[in-house]
Design a protein around this ligand. Structure first.
Ligand SMILES: C[S@@+](CC[C@H](N)C(=O)[O-])C[C@H]1O[C@@H](n2cnc3c(N)ncnc32)[C@H](O)[C@@H]1O
Length: 316
């Protein structure tokens, strides 16, 4: 019997093949025990993404093209169920990890080891990034935040002020590795946004950290996160970086929070601090070029024109 005689069209065959493939994928996903183990975080992220942006999308497209939706509706229900089961594992995982941080049970090397249990990352991959690059380590670190909804900006920035963008988490891990912090160091993040850099530095290096942020809503969010995670040595100050009190600071980080005159003014304030004690300034992004021109600062690494890498400057 030909296809024509059986009444099966090319379109039906195509839909059936797609249904078969999706069903096979769902079956293999449900049987993959690593995905249902909390340690399978890395793999889970990929599957949740694939489920949302490929499988469910694909079923929806097929649903629009068929007049016999029964099986596709069941398949969509199965895909959504698998996706929400996997998401639930991560919700529970992060609640558990937040509780562990709250008790002070995971700082310094222990915190780094804890992250390594869930995410494989190699800091050497940080070299030669042409723009800030985010990956599963960011998804993991975002998950540790007790609040997931970013607050609305309430104040207009001046033209030389730079809008909020997060430093990639892997860059913060690299910063802690390269900064060689002493336990008495006090770290400042200038333009601390939602507070992630300051909080991570505190967790990884076990030193006192302070965030300086112009936007009150970001500052409040960061304070709430630090309070919820029970991190007493993390403080956020809602002030323009030109007017902040840096008298306790020894290491200052800038992911290009401002440019031009504002940057020059802040550097002049930091220079005054450097007359009282040696300080380090760590930069990431385009502000590095202006910082590199300061005659009172020295960098051990030669300028190589690579904007998105860390540079460490020490006062003379
Ligand atoms: C590129 S983001 C960096 C955020 C954060 N340091 C991080 O890496 O995740 C720049 C931040 O600087 C803040 N900012 C801009 N101008 C500022 C100023 N004059 N004083 C304090 N914060 C400022 C912005 O509101 C924004 O949150």
């Amino acid at each position: 019997m030909t296809k024509k005689e059986s009444g099966i069209t090319n379109h039906d065959l195509h839909v059936n093949t797609e249904i078969f493939e999706i069903r096979s994928y769902l079956n293999s996903t449900e049987k993959d025990s690593l995905l249902y183990d909390e340690k399978g975080f890395d793999k889970r992220i990929a599957v949740i993404d694939f489920m949302e942006f490929y499988v469910i999308d694909r079923i929806e497209t097929l649903l629009q093209k068929t007049d016999q939706p029964g099986e596709l509706i069941l398949l969509k229900y199965s895909a959504q169920k698998v996706k929400s089961e996997l998401e639930e594992i991560d919700v529970n995982l992060f609640q558990k990890l937040q509780a562990r941080i709250r008790t002070g049970g995971s700082t310094g090397k222990e915190f780094k080891n804890l992250v390594n249990e869930y995410i494989n990352f190699n800091l050497e991959d940080n070299e030669h990034q042409e723009e800030p690059e985010y990956d599963n380590l960011d998804v993991f670190i975002n998950g540790l935040s007790p609040f997931q909804t970013m607050p609305e900006q309430t104040k207009d920035l001046e033209p030389e002020m730079v809008y909020y963008q997060k430093t990639p988490a892997r860059i913060v891990f690299e910063l802690v590795e390269k900064a060689h912090f002493l336990k008495e160091d006090v770290f400042f993040d200038l333009g601390s946004g939602l507070g992630q850099v300051a909080i991570l530095v505190n967790l990884l290096a076990e030193i006192t950290v302070k965030g300086i942020e112009f936007e009150p809503a970001f500052c409040n969010y960061a304070r709430d996160c630090a309070a919820e995670l029970n991190l007493p040595n993390v403080t956020f100050i809602n002030v323009d970086a030109r007017k902040a009190d840096y008298s306790e600071g020894t290491v200052f980080f800038m992911f290009t929070p401002f440019r031009g005159e504002i940057l020059q003014e802040v550097l002049a304030v930091l220079r005054q601090e450097s007359l009282l004690r040696k300080i380090k300034i760590i930069t990431y992004g385009p502000c590095t070029a202006q910082v590199a021109l300061q005659s009172w600062l020295h960098s051990a690494a030669p300028e190589d024109g690579n904007i998105y890498k860390l540079d460490i400057f020490t006062s003379l």
